[in-house]
Design a protein around this ligand. Sequence first.
Ligand code: HEC
Length: 172
Amino acid sequence: MASISSAVTSGQHGRPARSEQKYSDRRLRLAGFAVGLSAVLIAGGVWLAGASTPSWPNALSTLLRERRGQQVYDANCISCHAGPAGGAIDDYPPRHNANGHTWHHPDCFITRVTRDGISQPSALAPPDAPTMPAFRDRLSPDDIDAVLAYIKTLWTPEQRIAQASFTREMCF
Ligand code: HEC
């Protein structure tokens, strides 16, 4: 026995009316899928445009600065401050790597010491120790920024976070 709705929709020819109904169901489902898909694509596009795309040039320029900084460091600093591995917190000259204590200083201090040097060595300095030379005539401000970026790659993620907060508090 036909239901009321099929009696209404089928009219004289039941089959065409039913397949029309099925067809429009499929169309609805397709439309729903298309709406869902475009929502995902739009959301993805917004995410790409807003978050990911602009950070690529930044990441690349940071990487290039760090590599430049390593060249500057290897040519000018490594002879006294040593490399990425080894050392202890009370070594003199201080280690710049994660075992040393340079990461306790904010950016502006590290930059200033590199530019102007330290003419009065600390009381902890052994009598025959070298002094920290001024690099202002040998390195450009860009080189000094690059060497600082490289020194930061020697630190642990926790040290970097802590040092960034010292910089926020002390450098303005
Ligand atoms: C001839 C040896 C020598 C060279 C080369 C040298 N330094 Fe130093 N540096 C020292 C000494 C010694 C000290 C410790 C000064 C003090 O505190 O009395 C020091 C201290 C520093 C400090 C302070 C760090 C801290 O933990 O207190 C920074 C930053 C620094 N140097 C950066 C550099 C950078 C960057 C270069 C290369 C561009 C460089 N130094 C090259 C000898 C040197």
